[in-house]
Ligand binder design. Sequence first.
Ligand code: FE2
Length: 305
Amino acid sequence: MSAVTELGYMTIGVKGLSRWKDFAAEILGLEVVDEGGPGRCYLRMDSWHHRLILEEDGSDDMKSAGLRVAGPEEFAGMRKVLTEAGVKHAVCSRAQAEDRHVLELLTLEDPNGNPLEIFHGPHVQFSKPFYPGRRMYGRFETGTGGMGHCIMRNRDLDATYRFYRLLGMRGGIEYKIPTPDGNTLEALFMHCNDRDHTFAFGLGGNKRINHLMIQVDNIDDVHYTYELVQQRKIPIGVTLGKHSNDHQYSFYFLNPSGWLIEYGWGARPATHQSEYYQEDFYGHQYQPNVVNPNWEAVDLPSAAE
Ligand SMILES: [Fe+2]
């Protein structure tokens, strides 16, 4: 059966490329690779050619999330699954695949209008060890769990669940959070490997992406980043805390595009069985001047200055 195996890379549209490059290197610790293309650069986290592509298009939002399948047979199998299910998709040219540094590529949208890419064969550069953009105690956790996880725009949780099941993911509702207005916020989490979740849906936000989580293998890097964020007066949206579902110890802060980065450590592997929670272990307090309880980022024009 064809199934996606990880979030391999993501393309992000930005307004201020130089400000984003500085943020990626100096705050996140990512390696900035500029290959000379106008209005574009790559960000590395490990031996892959890139994990993030920044494109200066003014959108300040996610442009596409790249999901990996194991190889050419699984790629062909996925095309068949999509065709038989009537899901519109476009198989990309060799030049388009080369632009992404993968062997084969197709594009599609999920039921929420979130742009996705499915690929196999990423360009991996073991001859070019990861070189962090600033001091780090450890390294980023990628491996078979992919580059991290993200929360994306949701319009219909049932349709979203069915769509990602088609891609081979599993998951379900993992949080039912009582909100101050007496309602309940339900969030859907989908996984495709040992990372507790690769995509999640149901948290607010008017952009395609609510947050991107990247994970480090040393807790000292979370606290070192916390200090850098405070020194630079970058707005913290959610304080340090530990999630009940993935046990991630993390905090959230605004990036220059006005959505959130979650910087985490210590997540447990996926349990592969459904559970739900009403709250976290501790911490993770929303900062209402930065995000509201629905996780919508408050408009802060000077974010990350
Ligand atoms: Fe997260």
